[in-house]
Design a protein around this ligand. Structure first.
Ligand code: GLY
Length: 380
């Protein structure tokens, strides 16, 4: 057998094994967690419910996203019920929209918009529309960017993460035929490309802009090691986010930006056996990984693979596979009595020496595996 064929066979076998393990683990987790909204497990269990703890928290959509992915792949009703429960609980956040920020994309794309896409529920469409209006209203037309967070001290702040919120605006324009939402998304993407993506394909996490002119004043390290470093989850937000902007607009400049970041990400991940570090430009010691960055980057690489000619696909597909396989081998916890699959995530480089499973790591891991098996649903 040709070497390539052998590799493809091995990959298929691995994917099917991992899918089997995901099904066992998610069935057990869904029975324990139901429609609570989890974030980080404590002693192997998701004890907290963010519907109570912080309904405005940016990661509140990911559990629902996992539930919709599993419902789509297996047809098992319990996943749909859990996702619907989360979506309804999140209505409490709309009661105080002043507390919402740009992450309404992360929060409602995988709850209401996913529900609407899969079931056509009109109430879910309304929720998606409310979220899109909140996001569009954060646009600063003087600087052509979407403001990230609230508070008097960050009026001119934009962050690379917002690339993953833009699909909410693209969806709204596609759905309503109102071009304003897509126009805002593109203006923001153009500014991010100019101010946050560096010429070598690495990215800034944060851009502090003059809110009256859009001039870039500072680019602090944010959740990465420091100024001019390279926070890997930020790189993965850019990688996948620009690929998604290409999907929704057909503008080749976004695919080129996604590729530039992808090549940088692949080269750096290869240096540590495809287990991505938390920051690609941090000192050698201590070693912090971030499995969540690897999982999101893998999804972005698979997205790019869908848009390039046949002879280019291999780079993106094989790199996604290498990252997922390496992380599964080193970081996956398949004990069905414990919650969370991918360990060794890192919310931020500073502030805590630990490494932990984080809900979005599992979302992107599941999305990537299902996509490689043609069992996934598109939620961006
Ligand atoms: N969007 C915040 C983070 O990636 O941690």
């Amino acid at each position: 057998m040709e070497k390539r064929e052998e590799l493809q066979k091995e990959k298929k076998k691995w994917l099917e094994e991992v899918y089997g393990k995901i099904c066992v683990k998610m069935r057990a987790e869904c029975s324990r967690v139901g429609d609570r909204i989890p974030y980080i497990p404590v002693n192997g269990r998701y004890e907290e419910d963010y519907a109570q703890k912080d309904v405005f928290w940016w990661t509140n959509g990911f559990w629902s996203g996992m539930m919709w992915q599993m419902y789509h792949a297996t047809g098992e009703e319990k996943y749909r019920l859990a996702a619907e429960g989360v979506e309804a609980k999140m209505d409490a956040a709309f009661a105080n929209i002043g507390r919402l920020y740009h992450d309404v994309g992360f929060m409602w794309l995988h709850t209401a918009v996913a529900d609407y896409r899969l079931t056509g529920n009109p109430k879910s469409r309304e929720r998606g529309e409310n979220a899109a209006n909140v996001l569009a209203a954060r646009f600063n037309p003087l600087g052509n960017f979407i403001r990230a967070w609230n508070g008097d001290n960050n009026i001119g702040w934009m962050i690379i993460d917002c690339m993953m919120n833009l699909p909410l605006l693209y969806w709204m324009s596609e759905e309503s035929k109102d071009p304003r939402f897509k126009a805002i998304a593109q203006l923001h993407a153009d500014t991010a490309m100019e101010l946050l993506v560096r010429p070598d394909g690495s990215c800034n996490h944060i851009g502090i802009l003059d809110p009256m002119t859009g001039e870039l004043l500072e680019a602090p390290g944010g959740q990465g090691y420091g100024e001019n470093s390279s926070w890997s989850r930020g790189q993965s937000w850019a990688l996948y986010g620009f690929a998604l902007s290409y999907r929704h607009t057909g503008e080749i400049k976004y695919l080129d930006a996604a590729k530039r970041v992808a090549h940088y990400f692949i080269a750096n991940a290869a240096m540590t056996d495809y287990l991505p570090l938390c920051d690609f430009r941090a000192p050698q010691d201590p070693v912090y990984y971030d499995s969540t960055a690897g999982a999101c980057a893998a999804c972005g690489l698979l997205e790019i693979a869908g848009f390039v000619p046949e002879h280019e696909k291999k780079l993106y597909e094989d790199s996604a596979y290498r990252i997922l396989r390496a992380m599964e081998g080193e970081f996956a916890n398949w004990d069905e009595n414990q919650d969370a699959i991918l360990e060794m995530g890192k919310a931020a480089y500073h502030g805590n020496d630990g490494q932990e499973a984080i809900i979005y790591g599992d979302y992107f891991f599941i999305e990537a595996i299902l996509r490689m098996l043609d069992k996934g649903c598109f939620l961006w």
